[in-house]
Design a protein around this ligand. Sequence first.
Ligand code: NAD
Length: 517
Amino acid sequence: MTPTDPTSIEPFPAGLAATPRDADGRYRYRLYVDGRFVDPAGGRWMDTEDPVAGSVWARVPRATSADADAAVEAARRALVAGAWRTLNASQRGALLRRLGDLIAANAEWLARVEMKDNGKLYAELVMQMRYMANYYYYYGGLADKVEGTVIPSDKPGVFNYTKLEPAGVVVCIMPWNSPLPLTSLKLAPALAAGCTVVLKPSEFTSASLLEFVKLVEAAGFPAGVVNVVTGPGAEIGEALVSHPRVDRIAFTGGPDAGRAIAEQAARHMKRVTMELGGKSPNIVFDDADPDDALKGVVAGIFAASGQSCVAGSRLLVQNTIREAFVRRLVEFVSAARFGHPADAATQIAPISTRPQMDKIERYVGIAKAEGARLVCGGARASVPGWPDGLFYRPTIFDGVHNAMRIAQEEVFGPVLAVIGFDTEDEAVEIANDTRYGLAAGVWTTSIRRALTMADRIRAGTVWINNYRMTSTTSPFGGFGMSGVGREGGIAGIREYLEVKSVWVSTATEFPNPFVRR
Ligand code: NAD
């Protein structure tokens, strides 16, 4: 490997400490607690795999509840005393913007680290990392615009106002599919609100956050404000969620872990933000622009190999155009190129983790057994040069009924279920017949139909003649099993604020409580 090799995470940016390697060349990471990189209390690490090479490239700490405790206590101390507490909101905002500058300056490096960890396309990751700086600019700008109100009270002799205060110590738990952007959607608003945080990345992709936190440190955030602990969800995740000194949980992941966390949080009366899964419908009417709809459907399900919460995994297509549309779809995806994600010519990257590959194969088997008609894919792809890479072919099932498991359960892979419909009412009924409600796409040239569909679909995001558009300025979240709360936009910072009502007497005398007037 040379220093310019896009598959290497080296060289490290100037001014950042290099991550040490073991004798076998694998990187060895440490936890980040109270402003220091430390070994896990139990002295145990986990292997982490490069999904393209199919081999171990790094070791990340397997933290214990003692590490969780140390991280939460550090965050608590930073919240109530010390440098963070003395900063005003404008100064907090300036720190966030400085972090944004560091992210922008090091976007290519962050993309290489993220690619190594989860195997996404480098070209896509570079764009994502550059854009990620905006989260910190946006919430950095918002930090000193968080205003309370003066209440026009109906009580005499009183001045009543509200303040919005930091919610406290926040635990943020992330999945493996977009580790750094999903972290930033929580971290930036939480810090802007004045909270302190403990971050817990997925056990499959912990390295990128342990590299990223070096930029947090370089930006000048005081010790204890941001902490990172790593390990399996059932161990370290639970220890953090149930910790009595944690005030708020922000979670992105699957519905099963989400439910377990929400139950645990309820026991301790902690507020949660939940960004969960989806089974989003991408609805194509026969009056749609056929080329745009085709590209939109492909982008919806096959970008990031379908490992995206908003994946348009159900194609609802009007029966008048269904056969021709599916034929073109199969031609389009069959021509897509596999390869190393660092190669600019590659269009399909690997599946990020081995358990995810197993899950995809399981669901393809389920769909076949349910009687869905496989029209393309349905198998692993072998890619020259990467014999152990976790590649899977774009897979399309036609003739799907919405009651089938393949139409109801999230696969989180490149598997599309095609369902025909005749009328607008039928499309709405099928679209909403799911426990999820994360996103939906509608392809039509009729403005009446577009706006009506946007009204009738139960989902947190509806895209009309586009798909996957998100922005730091816009709220994102789900209905139903897709989640609780919103990330992004002004709604995003409210998740990290508490409202306090302050009553100041303007009366000349406090009344005698035993004398009724
Ligand atoms: P996952 O639920 O298995 O794990 C997510 C995180 O939760 C990991 O860090 C894991 O260690 C932790 N965890 C698991 N069990 C836990 C427990 N009992 N207590 C505390 N922490 C626990 O999800 P995943 O496989 O990493 O990610 C895929 C899922 O994430 C998909 O369902 C996808 O739709 C969802 N997702 C949602 C969004 C969104 O914004 N709505 C975005 C990306 C991914």
